[in-house]
Each structure stands twice: as C-alpha cells, then as structure tokens.
Design a protein around this ligand. Structure first.
Ligand code: MN
Length: 414
C-alpha cells in the first residue's frame, strides 16, 4: 500500500469543553480524512457547471484549508476539464492530494494519469440494475475491467481508489467477490458508494464492517442525501472504521446531493472531538464561494452555513443566548469556529431581552417600560410579515422617546 507520507500541519487545538450529558462518550475513532468531491460529484448537480477559473478558485480554497483530497474532475470528459484537473494537480501545495475520476476504460485511466493526479478513482457499477440498464456489461466483464484498471494505475506508481458503484444495492456475494479481487490486484482504497442514497446509519455501519473483513485497503465512503441521511451515514462510516469520507461543499451533487462538507467536518471536530487538520474558520467563506459559483442557493435552515444556523429570534432562546450562547446552541460548535456570526433576529417571537440588548448596542439607555413598548412594536411588525431591521428598531426607539447614552457605543456583539 502506497500512502502519502507528507505530514499535515496540525493547527493549534481550539476545542471547547466537551458537553456533559446523556451522549457523553469517548470518541469512536481518532482520525478522519476528508475527500472533497465538490468539483466532481458537486459539479454534476443539475444545472451546475464550473468554469476553469471556478475550479481553480475552489480547489485553491480547499487546499489552503487543509482538505486531505480534492477530486478535481473527470479528465476524459473534455479538454477544458483535463486542463483544469492537470493544473489543479500541478498547483496543489498544502499537502492536499488531487484525485481524478475514471471509468474502468483505458482512455479514462490514461487521461487521469496524464493529468498528473495523485490518486486515480476508478469506478464500475456492481448492482444488477446498473449492470443491465446503465453499464450494459456482465459481472465477469466488470471484474476483469476493474482489475485491469487498478493494475494499470498501480503500474504507473499512482495511488488508486476503486468504487463498486451502487454498492448498497449490490448482491452481497458479488460485492464481496469484486472487493476481494481488486484488493488482490493491489488497490489502495476501496470506496463504498451509497450511490442512490438508500443506506441508513446502522445498516451502513454494518456494511463498512463487512468491507474491512473483505479487504486490507483503506475504506472510504461516498453517501448521497436522497433521504437526508448522507452526513449521518458518512459519520456512521467513520464510526465503523472508514478512514475517509467523501463530501461536497453545501452538499451539492447528483439529485439531493452528497454528504455536506460543513456538516461532516464540524460533526467530526465538534461532536467526536477529532481534529481533521482542516481550517474550519473558513467554512462560511467556502460555502458562499460555492453557492455563488454553483448557482445552487443555500437554504436558510441549512446546518452550519445557512443564514439561520446561528440566528435566534424567539424570546426564551434569545434571552438564554444573550446570557450564555451554549444555552441554545450546541456549545461544542460556535459561529466563530466556522467563520460566521451569531445573529439575534427581531420579529414576531422576539422578547424583551433581545430588544434591550439591541437598543443598548445601538447606543440607547432604555427604561423597562420603554423596552416593553419597543418590543410590542417589534412583535407587531414581525407579525405583519415585515422585516424588523436595525433602522426600524431605531425608529421605534425614537418614537418611544428612548434616551441615547453617548458614552456607551456599540458593543459589537450582535
Ligand atoms: Mn455520487
């Protein structure tokens, strides 16, 4: 097995106190590698296409953040794709390995090798439905072609990952045969793709454990979000012994997309307490970049990177957060960790604590009666489906006659 030996620079630990409670436990694993496929599966999102420059920019950001592997694309796809993968492989400098995708077809494998990638990711369908109605090949042909592809990459002295595509809908006996055969051919990594997103965490963990019995290669998992379980399944993969998970920024990808980079990285770091070596403080910046270039909008309630991920409106929650953010946030994950900001939103559910805080930040010194009066106006405005901006709050303060406190300027902690 030829694994890259470059040591990654570990950032200074910025762990917060781990939570006490019913879920308190020791970590199920102590190492987790992140394989980003934003530029490959992510780009396969319907209606998404990255330009050469988009790919270079996203790859550079991932490289700078310390992602372990970037799957830059599918080199045989076009000359432009080949050039992008080649130049990304050439320029990656922060210890990030660059991967290129290839079918178990000679020209695909040669294109990936010509592009100079560190890892060639070869894949072949193994489920009967895909063998019959997509790949149009027999089981025997798939095994032979997979072995040829793995051997060719090995001969070229390049790391090779093999994916039995649609593994989760494949006959287990055949899956075992494929995995054992490519392992004998010297594969470095075996990926377990839940191509159509039908796995559940416990079932997927069992499958990962089976793979560890079938192969000595390192295990990687690739999970899709058709039932909203992609990130949970990726974590189940780590818990069951996988060394690496494939993710995409904002979870973009085929159909409902892939396990989300931001969800998997933050869960690994914050819930499991395992350092990935990735600079998480640039996650929000990365998410915005990919949102813009992919043209796939991030929903407000998206974990970690959505506009509401660290926003609070309702009275009890906002009041708690003003005293101690850990009251109604995970505590083990803060907006600072991902380069975001906490926000107290004014609206229908706002209580007096938020309003007092906001008025003080805006340089007012309200009485309790004035706070209640402004709060009523905030709630009425929110209930009328109007946005309560800072300007509106200041208007309300002036209307109610709240006095300013010139010596007490913005405290900055919105
Ligand atoms: Mn996929």
């Amino acid at each position: 097995m030829q694994c890259h030996t470059r040591r990654r620079t570990r950032r200074r630990s910025r762990r917060v106190e781990f939570f006490d409670g019913t879920l308190r436990t020791s970590a199920e694993f102590d190492d987790a590698r992140i394989f980003d496929t934003t530029l490959r599966d992510g780009e396969q999102s319907p209606r998404t296409s990255f330009s050469y420059d988009d790919k270079r920019d996203i790859a550079a950001q991932l490289d700078a953040m310390g992602v372990h592997v970037v799957e830059a694309g599918f080199p045989v796809n076009s000359d432009a794709e080949f050039a992008a993968v080649r130049d990304i492989a050439e320029s990656a400098s922060n210890g990030t390995d660059v991967c290129g995708l290839a079918r178990v077809v000679e020209k695909d494998v040669e294109a990936a090798l010509d592009a100079g990638v560190d890892v060639v990711h070869v894949f072949a369908s193994t489920s009967d439905v895909q063998l019959e109605d997509s790949m149009h090949a027999t089981r025997e042909e798939v095994v032979d072609r997979s072995v040829d592809a793995v051997r060719r990459v090995r001969e070229a002295g390049v790391e090779v990952m093999f994916s039995p595509m649609d593994a989760t809908r494949t006959d287990p006996e055949f899956l075992r045969e494929v995995v054992e055969t490519v392992s004998e051919a010297g594969v470095d990594w075996v990926n377990i793709p839940d191509t159509c997103g039908v796995a559940t965490p416990a079932r997927f963990a069992t499958l990962v454990e089976q793979f560890t019995e079938w192969t000595d290669a390192r295990i990687d998992v690739h999970t899709h979000d058709d039932f909203g379980l992609a990130s949970a399944n990726a974590l189940a993969g780590f818990e069951a012994g996988a060394a690496q998970a494939q993710v995409s920024v904002n979870g973009i990808g085929e159909r409902a997309g892939n396990a989300a980079f931001e969800e998997v990285v933050m869960a690994v770091e914050s819930i499991h307490g395992v350092e990935t070596g990735i600079d998480t403080t640039r996650i929000t910046e990365l998410a915005r970049m990919v949102e813009e270039k992919s043209d796939v909008p991030v929903p407000a309630n998206k974990p970690v990177v959505g506009d509401n991920a660290f926003a609070h409106e309702s009275g009890i929650h906002a009041a708690g957060v003003i005293e101690n953010a850990a009251t109604f946030e995970p505590g083990v994950m803060t907006p600072e960790m991902v380069g975001a900001e906490r926000e107290l939103v004014m609206g229908k559910h706002t209580g007096t604590h938020s309003v007092r805080e906001r008025l003080r930040e805006a340089g007012y010194d309200p009485t309790d009666e004035q706070v209640r009066a402004v709060t009523r106006k905030v709630k009425d405005t929110g209930a009328a489906k109007e946005r309560v901006t800072d300007e509106r709050v200041r208007e309300f303060a002036e209307t109610v006659g709240v006095e300013r406190t010139p010596e007490r300027v913005t405290e900055g902690s919105r």
